[in-house]
Design a protein around this ligand. Structure first.
Ligand code: FES
Ligand code: FES
Length: 157
């Protein structure tokens, strides 16, 4: 089937999509957007998180056919050209990236949290990121990055 979907503000078309094909596969393999990562393909790790109509979802669990006519925003779409989004910049500045597999999903989840809750408590950060697993960092630097991003976005610490 053909799928027409807006991705990062541009209308995109994917052809020959099979019925069970995931949005994650279409983004990575058909549309050249490798930001969302495929770590478990079972909805367990959050590394594939993208916005679908403004709501974070695990793109490995969304059938591409379900996205017809809808809007997707990936981690690539958070930056403004070469200018990183404050959440992206904070992950770099705080050294919250090691292997990087979890990072795109964490950034989308943190971006959503800060949009909804500009000055999140540590408990709110932990709750918002509970679906995103990281095997490398021990999460402390990720917490630091989200606090820094929230402050940069104007929420204060
Ligand atoms: S790859 Fe989608 S949740 Fe792990
Ligand atoms: S940095 Fe490696 S899984 Fe998080």
């Amino acid at each position: 089937m053909r799928v027409n979907v807006e991705v990062n503000g541009k209308q995109r078309t994917a052809d020959d999509v099979w019925e069970g094909e995931s949005l994650l596969y279409v983004l990575r393999e058909r549309l050249g957007l490798p930001g969302a990562k495929n770590a478990c393909e079972q909805g367990e790790c959050g590394s594939c998180t993208v916005y679908l109509d403004g709501v974070p979802v695990c793109s490995c669990l969304v059938a591409a056919g379900q996205t017809e006519g809808r809007s997707v925003r990936t981690v690539e779409g958070l930056a403004d050209g070469d200018k990183l989004d404050p959440v992206q910049a904070a992950f770099v500045a705080e050294g919250a990236v090691q292997c990087g597999f979890c990072t795109p999903g964490l950034i989308v989840a943190a971006h959503d949290l800060i949009a909804r809750t500009p000055n999140p408590s540590d408990a709110e950060i932990r709750e918002a990121l509970a679906g995103n697993l990281c095997r490398c960092t021990g999460y402390e630097k990720i917490m630091d990055a989200v606090r820094t991003a929230a402050a940069a976005a104007g929420g204060g610490q």
